[in-house]
Every structure is written in structure tokens, then in C-alpha cells.
Design a protein around this ligand. Sequence first.
Ligand code: NAP
Length: 363
Amino acid sequence: MNSYETFAYVTKAPEGSIDYKKIKINSEIGDVLLKPILTGICGTDRGIVNGALSFAYNPGGYDFLVIGHESLCKVVESSDKNFKAGDLVVPVVRRPGDCPNCRIGRPDNCSDGNKHEAGITGLHGFMRGQFYEQSINLVKVEDPSLKDVAVLTEPTKNVEKAMEVLDRVSSRSIYSSGDSTFLDKNCIIIGTGNEAFLYGLSAKDRGFNTYMVNRHPLQKNITEMLDAFGINFIDTSQDKDFNKRIKADLLIDTSGDPGTIFNYIREMNYNGIAILFGTNGKAPSTQVSSEDIDHIIERNITIAGSVDAAKTHYVKALDDLSKWNRRYGTVFSSMISNRISPGDTEIFFKKANGEIKSVIEWE
Ligand code: NAP
């Protein structure tokens, strides 16, 4: 058991708040001491800080939660011979409970809810000066060229898991076109945040005509990046009938907005698959009609939720990052759009100008 003091970003879950201050950790299990290099800020962190995610809670014995679940860390010392000082690692977020899925290394598919998530549900996260981890929870970054982008491993692992969901549910019919590809299939991604970008890159890799939508224009730096990736952007405040003009075979939602989601689901193609990923406890409710239900049934549409991912998806995510980093170079690495110093708390309330991914730079 390790006990220490360090500076950390803390919130009170689920009410929300954010503070950067010295904290005391009383007893932490772990054979590897880590120091973060970069920690990413995502929609979930902002949701917790703003009190919009009722599922977040503090670890037992603490009246606060250290926030942060996206990180690239450096090993400071290790008593596990597989890790040495200086190694780059990404700690996994979800920790298993005792259900059948958790026991086979798939806490992402936990069947009783008794898992924990670092920085989200009952376990301190990674936005702190140092922390101890059990080596089983670490994924090593073997490709040294990923030093600037490996902080994207955690959000990319979500995409790998969702694509696994797509593969599973799409096997109930012939999902590809007659030429065996997805080249004339449409993927629509709702939202233009960091997860949407990563979904867009992955959908493009699979051959989909890929569209990202939002209800306002985007800054030039962002549309230029989408052009470089071959992803179409649609501003639905201008192109109001886009959902009727282009019909989705694959719909991925990162907005958590029920009204917007159903605007696309009620127009989806036969055998379409909608993957719900975004969560927004403050989004307004919507109405679903009996016609909508008929459409979903008659067209064999699948609506699947997808949460988190397993360690195997982190490993696949590192391969994705190596590929995209090689293919797109600095365009890809500029997805890390804003770097801030520890202590800044404004970033949790308002996206930085032109933000795709804001990170805290710890060293
Ligand atoms: P983000 O940057 O907040 O992305 C949300 C995106 O949705 C933003 O681009 C936002 O646009 C857009 N949006 C909101 N309402 C919309 C609407 N009505 N129409 C079109 N676009 C809309 O967050 P992120 O980090 O990319 O994460 C995406 C979501 O996934 C978040 O809700 C997060 O909590 C969730 N998440 C889920 C999991 C999981 O395991 N399922 C894991 C991580 C994150 P504006 O910024 O312009 O409002």
C-alpha cells in the first residue's frame, strides 16, 4: 500500500466542481509508479465537472474524485520486470468486478455494473502529479514516434470497441455492397468533437462515404483537417434536409442528443446500424412515434449502445495511431490542438478556440 501527497484536479461527484490542489492518497495498490506526461480532456470530464453525469461517484473513503481518464504516462519506477523507468504507458480506465464478463477481461461488457472507472466511477483518475498502478492495467507504447499522440489511445480504444460491435451486429445480414466493400455505404457521425474525428478516420479506413454533422459551422482549421482526412462536413443549420438527402447505413452518435439521433434513425437505410456513444444528461427529451418504430422494425435497423473498451482495444488503438500518424503526419498530430499547464480550470467549462483535443502538459 502506498501513501503520498500530490497535486491533482479534483471534483466532487456527481454534483460537479473542479479544483486543482494538493491531496493526500492514503492507500494505493500498485507495483508501478507513474508520472503523467499528457492527460486529455474530453466531454465526459466536462460532463462530470458540470454535474451532468449522474453515474459519476467518489471512491470509497474520499469526499472527492481525482478526475481524468485519458493519459500518456512515464514509468518512474517498477517492481515488475516487464516495465522499467522511462517506459511510456497508457493505463486502462475500467477495472473489473466479479461478473462473468469482468472475469474474462471484458469489464467493458460488465453485466452487473460492479466495475469501476478511473476518474469517473469510484476510482481516482490520472490528472495528478503521480500515482501507483498495477502493471496488469498498463499498455506499453512500443512505437516511440507516438510520444506526441499516444494520449489519444484511450479515446481511440472506444472506436475500436464500437467497430467490434458493428462487426458483430452487421453479421445478421449481408451488410456490404454486392462488390463486397462499403464503398457506396454511408456513415454519418453526429458531432465534431475528438471522438467524432476518431470515428471518422476509422469509418474512412473501412471504406464508408463518411460525413460528420453539426448544427453550426466549424472553424477553418477544423474543416481543413477534415478535408485532409477525406471526411465530409455538413453544417445542418445550412443544409437542413441533409438527413433526407443522404441516408445512413452506419450512424454513430457522439452528441447524446435524442432529437438529433432520431432525425437520422427515422431516415436510415435497410439493415442500418446506429451506434449510440455520446452521453448528455442535460439534452432535451424527444418524441418517438409509432411510424418511427415501424421504420426500425421493417428495415431491420439495429440500435446498439457501446461503452468503453477492453485492453485488446487499447492495443488495436495504438496500431490505429501508428497508421494515422504515418499517413497524415503533422495534420494528424495537430489534432492535439491545445496544450495547457496544470492549474488551469477554465478549460473544463469552455472548449478552447479551435479545439479538437485539449491536453494538460505535465512535463
Ligand atoms: P465533445 O467534444 O463534447 O463532443 C460532442 C460533440 O457533439 C460536439 O462536437 C458537439 O458540438 C456535438 N453536438 C452536441 N449536440 C449536437 C447536435 N444536436 N447536433 C450535432 N452535434 C451536436 O465530446 P467527445 O470527447 O468527443 O465525446 C463525445 C461524447 O461521447 C460525449 O458525450 C462523451 O461524454 C461521450 N463518451 C462516451 C464514451 C462511451 O464509452 N460511450 C466514452 C467517452 C466519451 P458542440 O461542441 O458544437 O456543441
